[in-house]
Design a protein around this ligand. Structure first.
Ligand code: C5P
Length: 218
């Protein structure tokens, strides 16, 4: 793994995407959203009519879709078999189903291999749940972003129309529990990671804090 690699992990709504993109822009780095890859896989599986409660079926088919990620922090892209799926992967249906798909070891093995290939050239900020622990344990800087459950739900419901903070908080708690308790590569803070609680910080303050860590470690 050459060049600068910043690993950005944390639960949903902790600010990973905005912070990662801001840091990538400030340092002229690429940006990879690994959550979008798990969402793209989930979208494809739903399109195929697969039973998401049947891990063996998901394991058998997860090698089929071609998933491609564009790494420009100003305009990240995600395609499945050549179709732009940036919109559909954010649907409530995909969001509710993604943790089950991401818990399947064969799905993770395939996506982790793709992620490592993209990260290989270095100079990249990578956001996810297992970047510092599994995907890029030798990353230059590892950040673990957190925020209170209320703040995370508030941010998410501000982004999404037609949802309440309470409904959002319940859905996020469910997803976080699934992501942190699965057997393969659960969400956890990596050794050597710097934890940043973003609850009462502005986006610029968090970006500055991350830039400070990168400068120190880089
Ligand atoms: O980051 P985002 O909320 O889009 O991620 C969607 C889901 O993808 C997470 O809830 C988690 O189940 C899965 N994921 C993962 N490992 C990653 C990134 C995302 O398991 N590195």
């Amino acid at each position: 793994m050459g060049g600068l690699v910043v690993a950005m992990d944390g639960p949903s709504g902790s600010g990973k995407s905005s912070v990662s993109r801001g840091v990538a822009r400030a340092l002229g780095l690429r940006y990879l959203d690994t959550g979008a890859m798990y969402r793209a896989m989930t979208w494809w599986m739903l399109q195929q009519g697969l039973d998401l409660a049947d891990p063996a079926a998901l394991a058998a088919r997860c090698g089929e879709p071609a998933i491609t990620s564009g790494t420009d922090p100003d305009a990240p892209t995600i395609h499945v078999d050549g179709s732009d799926v940036a919109g559909p992967i954010r649907s409530t249906e995909v969001t509710a189903a993604v943790s089950a798909v991401a818990a399947v070891p064969e799905v993770r093995a395939r996506l982790v291999a793709m992620q490592r290939e993209i990260i290989g050239a270095g100079d990249i900020v990578v956001e996810g749940r297992d970047i510092g622990t599994v995907v890029a344990p030798d990353a230059t800087a590892k950040i673990y972003l957190t925020a209170s459950a209320e703040a995370r739900a508030q941010r998410r419901s501000a982004e999404l129309a037609g949802t309440t903070v309470e409904a959002q908080q319940a859905a996020m708690a469910r997803r976080d529990t699934l992501d942190s308790t699965r057997k393969t590569d659960p969400l956890s803070m990596a050794d050597g990671a710097v934890e940043l609680d973003t609850t009462s910080l502005t986006l610029d303050e968090v970006i500055d804090a991350v830039l400070g860590v990168v400068k120190e470690r880089g």
